[in-house]
Design a protein around this ligand. Sequence first.
Ligand code: B1M
Length: 212
Amino acid sequence: MDTVHNISVSLQSGDYERVSAFTKQALEKNIPPKEILDRGLISGMNIVGEKYKTHEIFLPDVLLAAKAMYAGMDILKPLFIEEGIPTMSTVVIGSVQGDLHDIGKNLVGIMLKGAGFEVIDLGNNVAPEKFIETAKTHHASVIAMSALLTTTMPVMKRVVELLRRERLKGKIKTIIGGAPVTEAFAREIGADAYGYDSAHAVDAVKRLVGRT
Ligand code: B1M
């Protein structure tokens, strides 16, 4: 097995020490960091995402894989910055204003990071203006919003309206999700995508930024 393939396999089993060791080994072999990222880390995380989607593996496995992903990313990140390689699109994520539920949102954030996105996590109880200001400041491509309460879902609509008012709709895409949120609601408020769970959210964000 080649070193990059070993990275993917070790990531899938959540073995962060081996991911770290194989990533260093790949760099010593002069394998380009971008290839290590794409064919090793991201490819491994994609398989994890698929298995999670089909219930072949469960949340703790995904969290372990995410930890392994960070182990490899930590080694590669300085090299990307040095080379000025634009590694990933930026996603601003948060639970909407009035909503303190953040477990699902955190999971989506972890999976997005694992898939190679730059994620700015605003936490919970995030005001509509804060989503938009942060996305503008960081040139984010996507705003990702989570709501677990039926009473906080209207905040998502407010964010879409504000984007429209600022003529940013289409430039900054939106994805929404959370237990009470539906695809129909996403369509109704004009959000660009809906994620049923964290794995579907990653697929949808990839589609939004044309990375499929
Ligand atoms: Co609350 N709570 N809670 N709660 N809580 C629910 C959501 C509720 C359904 C329980 C119930 O009544 N059966 C109910 C909401 C009813 C409704 O509006 N429909 C409820 C309520 C009423 C409340 C309070 C109002 C209770 C009170 O004080 N009277 C209060 C509100 C606080 C507030 O937010 N202002 C409250 C408080 C809390 C705690 C603080 C105690 C705690 C949250 C702790 C935390 O998050 N740090 C809590 C919890 C834990 C829950 C339940 C039990 C579990 C939620 C959870 O974390 N699930 C929940 C009941 C339930 O869902 N069974 C409940 C696990 C998580 C992985 O799933 O978040 O659904 P989930 O995320 C999923 C998908 O939804 C999706 O991906 C994840 C899976 O991969 N997803 C996205 C989520 N965000 C996404 C974003 C995306 C895409 C996909 O794109 C951007």
